[in-house]
Design a protein around this ligand. Sequence first.
Ligand code: HEC
Ligand code: HEC
Ligand code: HEC
Ligand code: HEC
Ligand code: HEC
Ligand code: HEC
Ligand code: HEC
Ligand code: HEC
Ligand code: HEC
Ligand code: HEC
Length: 288
Amino acid sequence: MPIRVGGLQILTVVMKIQKYSIIPVGVLLLWLLPVFAYAQEQNDFKVQCLECHQETIEKWEASAYVHPPFKEGKCTACHATEHMEFTSKPGQSCLICHTMTLEKLRQSHFGADVTGKDCTSCHYTHGSERKGLLKEFVHTPFLKGMCNICHKLTTDGKIELKDEPGKLCLSCHKALIDKEGGNVHPALDLMGCIDCHSPHTTSRERLLKKDQTKLCLDCHDPDQIKKHPSDVVPSGKIIKEQNYKVKLSKEGKVVCSSCHNPHSSKEHYLLQESMDQAQLCYSCHRRE
Ligand code: HEC
Ligand code: HEC
Ligand code: HEC
Ligand code: HEC
Ligand code: HEC
Ligand code: HEC
Ligand code: HEC
Ligand code: HEC
Ligand code: HEC
Ligand code: HEC
């Protein structure tokens, strides 16, 4: 008997069966062919991606919660062979498997019917550190299942907003926009809170929908920000360790909000600190 389990072993078994069977080997092999081809195809698919996405794939594989079809190599349940193409819209490809448990699906969503919604706006598809494959940054009321603070749920599970998003947000975050004596960023009027933030969960800190620099440069001219380096990790020389109070991004970079408040400020140019005696500058630079 061959020791390795695989095509050869199966072939040996097939040959043995053949002794007692009237079905010719060829026909049996033909029947098994799609099985081999499928397994091979799945394996090849992942190998192709590893070349460039190895780090990401290994991170997913090591996460606390791994989505079964990813773990089992069923990549083509969602991915098409063309790079960055999908077999169907994310919401639809999810329901290929999750449709069997629609009632359970509603229960998992606090009574809301999420079919037809973009599942990937809340869930990761490969692996996550959070239960339920949720993205890592989560809005507190959402995580607590307080959907009804912002939504009306109909008995058939339809989900509607109770009010305009901006009003909903300000019912809890009023302090953010300190109108008295402060300058409010016109962006708040031009776009609502949910143009910059997700009300639920995202892969970016502060529930941002996009990379902060990209978000700001949607409206602002890159020339305006050339005056000072941003999107850089400060050298040890720049930031005074003993007075470390500046806001840096998750990656430790200087970003727009290190110096500007994105909502409002009593300082000119929405600055986080005064420039009367260049206090802002000295929050990072040493006074020589
Ligand atoms: C030759 C290198 C290379 C290979 C091989 C490769 N990718 Fe990519 N892929 C990239 C690069 C580079 C990007 C980023 C492109 C961008 O951001 O515009 C990317 C982006 C993606 C995205 C979009 C990610 C996003 O968040 O928008 C998907 C999906 C994707 N790849 C899937 C795959 C899959 C599945 C495989 C394996 C079948 C694969 N890639 C193989 C280089 C590669
Ligand atoms: C349940 C559906 C699903 C399955 C199964 C799945 N993927 Fe994905 N994959 C996605 C979606 C959707 C994206 C787009 C980015 C996102 O939302 O995570 C993606 C993105 C990717 C990317 C781009 C990574 C990046 O830089 O953002 C790679 C690489 C990838 N998948 C590889 C795989 C491999 C390899 C497998 C199988 C072992 C697999 N996927 C299985 C749905 C899936
Ligand atoms: C090939 C089949 C398949 C596809 C396609 C698929 N899933 Fe799953 N998914 C499963 C199985 C199997 C489980 C584990 C059993 C269960 O919880 O129903 C699971 C579990 C989950 C869980 C619960 C994980 C946990 O840790 O509790 C979430 C969330 C999820 N899937 C979301 C999605 C999303 C979003 C998509 C589409 C991008 C999707 N699934 C597509 C098969 C699939
Ligand atoms: C508005 C955000 C949101 C959307 C959109 C969404 N989900 Fe969920 N989903 C959640 C939350 C929150 C949970 C509960 C997570 C937990 O168990 O803590 C959940 C739970 C689940 C679970 C069960 C996890 C478990 O362990 O019980 C599955 C499966 C799932 N979702 C699949 C889907 C699919 C498929 C779609 C798209 C048709 C979808 N979700 C759309 C937020 C969302
Ligand atoms: C803080 C307020 C808030 C809370 C709490 C909240 N949502 Fe939402 N939700 C919104 C807003 C605002 C939108 C509209 C988003 C948009 O249009 O981009 C929305 C949209 C949705 C959508 C539609 C998404 C789509 O793709 O069309 C679903 C589904 C949803 N919420 C489910 C839930 C569930 C389930 C919960 C509870 C676990 C929840 N929401 C908690 C504010 C909230
Ligand atoms: C029911 C009250 C409530 C409503 C309504 C509400 N939030 Fe929140 N929000 C909270 C709480 C509680 C926190 C967590 C505060 C903390 O950790 O200090 C929070 C935190 C945040 C954060 C910071 C997250 C982080 O990672 O630090 C953002 C951004 C945010 N909310 C945006 C919104 C937006 C946008 C809306 C409207 C769609 C909204 N909130 C509506 C209660 C609310
Ligand atoms: C132009 C984009 C933009 C808009 C519009 C916007 N925010 Fe923010 N918001 C940000 C950025 C960027 C941060 C991150 C600041 C940081 O780095 O700490 C943030 C942070 C937050 C925080 C975290 C606490 C804090 O003070 O840093 C809350 C809460 C918040 N926003 C709520 C809201 C609410 C509510 C609205 C609508 C009234 C809103 N945001 C509109 C960009 C925006
Ligand atoms: C929807 C468009 C829009 C977005 C997105 C946006 N802004 Fe603005 N911002 C404006 C407008 C309009 C003004 C007022 C006109 C001007 O000064 O250019 C302004 C003014 C400013 C000012 C100067 C305020 C003053 O008193 O002169 C600063 C600083 C600023 N924005 C920073 C940011 C930062 C940081 C972000 C990203 C978090 C951002 N903006 C995103 C539209 C936007
Ligand atoms: C290290 C601090 C710092 C960082 C980081 C920074 N800024 Fe500024 N920014 C300033 C100061 C100081 C001013 C006032 C300049 C002046 O007096 O002319 C300013 C002015 C501005 C203005 C109004 C000035 C004009 O020319 O109209 C805008 C808009 C602006 N910044 C946007 C941004 C954006 C967007 C980012 C992120 C990509 C950013 N800034 C990053 C410190 C900073
Ligand atoms: C959030 C922290 C931070 C603040 C606040 C800050 N800086 Fe910087 N500054 C940096 C970083 C990071 C660099 C990049 C050089 C490095 O890391 O070694 C830098 C570089 C510089 C340079 C070198 C110029 C160049 O292009 O390389 C000058 C000049 C400077 N800053 C002046 C200022 C002034 C003036 C202010 C007040 C308006 C200020 N800085 C506020 C972090 C900061």
